[in-house]
Design a protein around this ligand. Structure first.
Ligand code: SAH
Length: 365
């Protein structure tokens, strides 16, 4: 079997070359060709000796997931449905904004956590993604976003300035694959992103938070969604294993090593469930323990979810209570309407989605 070089982080690539008697700088060269310049094969690597190129072609591949649908919403948000194997597909979303481009990547096909308000949880868990499938989402996005520009990318321009692990899956339950992918994102010969511009979002896997802190600290977002254990147990079942008090302690430990001096608490706004003034005041008490910012996410509905989005006026008032206590709070703008690209709507099911997404892709072609 040929090795997929997208699976190897910088150290892995160096070891792979060393095992073949090749110098470390060759590994750097190939790393830059693949990740910085987006080379799809070894022929493109013109500053490598012909013999080495032939050897690489015989022993290795550069294999990203296969794009099976590509849709763009009126606001410019773009969503790809990617086939990762015969039975599974995942979704990746690109969100353009003034001065930046954020890529929302998936870390698992499906999810084991089954949060009450999340579409991904409803489909169950298939498997962890490989490093190649995770970093392959960024590799593909850079290529596909660059298609309509000069192929040489003379400007050295990048389309993706930020990566958030907020697609399908729980990244901290797949750290063996997520960490190598992050190392490639951070590497100067890879994507050159700073630690502050890569955000891992977790439902609260405490051992994972500790491991990320030790091995590869990047920006951290925690899906809080409730100020007390009784409610959080219902919304985020993982809370029964890792309750709020212990989760906050893990956040504090994380901050000692984090590239930013706050944790982002995500908070989905569910009508009459977690959105009262009393809930907001309880959050203020929590924030007294951990340096944090709040990001309120208006609930994104999906079929048979059983929840409704809080009314705009309620969200505004909730934010006001937090702000009045001196907390930084933002309300996430809903992006990707019409292509089911918003938080919690990524389901990656091929069967009942393809027709609509293809229709959109064709309309653009
Ligand atoms: N498993 C990770 C990352 C994936 S979800 C985590 O739990 O953080 C990214 C964010 O979207 C999380 O905060 C998640 O709780 C939120 N989310 C899930 N479903 C949603 C929905 N239907 N509407 C709004 N936000 C949702």
């Amino acid at each position: 079997m040929r090795a997929n070089l997208l699976d190897l982080d910088p150290d892995g690539l160096r070891a792979w070359f060393a095992a073949r008697g090749e110098k470390p700088f060759r590994a750097r060269q190939v790393l830059a060709w693949i990740h910085k310049r987006g080379a799809p094969d070894f022929d493109a690597m013109t500053d490598l000796a012909r013999a080495l190129r032939a050897r690489l072609a015989a022993e290795a591949t550069i294999a990203a997931p296969q794009v099976i649908a590509d849709a763009v919403a009126p606001d410019g948000t773009r969503k790809w449905l990617l086939r990762v194997d015969g039975a599974n597909a995942i979704e990746t979303v690109f969100i353009p904004d003034a001065g930046r481009g954020t890529l929302c990547v998936s870390s698992q096909a499906g999810c084991t956590l089954d949060c009450a308000f999340c579409a991904t949880g409803k489909q169950g868990f298939a498997r962890n993604l490989t490093t190649a499938e995770i970093v392959g989402q960024l590799w593909l996005a850079e290529r596909l976003l660059g298609e309509r520009r000069a192929p040489t990318r003379a400007r050295g321009g990048r389309h993706v300035s930020n990566v958030v692990f907020m697609g399908m899956g729980e990244p901290l339950l797949n750290l063996d694959r997520v960490i190598p992918a992050i190392r490639l994102m951070l590497d100067d010969d890879g994507y050159g992103l700073s630690r502050r511009r890569v955000t891992v979002s977790t439902a609260g896997v405490i051992p994972g938070i500790d491991r990320l802190r030790e091995e590869c600290p990047v920006a951290l977002a925690v899906s809080l969604h409730a100020p007390d254990d009784a409610l959080r147990d219902r919304l985020v079942p993982l809370n029964r294993k890792y309750p709020i008090r212990e989760l906050l302690a893990a956040c504090e430990r994380y901050l000692a090593r984090a590239p930013r001096d706050f944790v982002t608490f995500e908070y989905v706004m569910l009508d009459s469930v977690n959105d009262s003034d009393a809930h907001a005041r309880a959050l203020v008490a929590i924030a007294a323990r951990v340096r944090c910012k709040f990001n309120l996410i208006p609930f994104n509905p999906f079929a048979r979810s059983g929840f409704r989005r809080s009314p705009p006026e309620r969200i505004r008032r909730f934010a006001e209570v937090l702000a009045a206590a001196g907390l930084t709070v933002t309300v996430r703008r809903t992006r990707g309407d019409g292509i089911d690209a918003a938080c919690g709507q990524l389901a990656g099911r091929v069967a009942d989605r393809t027709r609509r997404t293809f229709a959109l892709a064709e309309a653009r072609a």
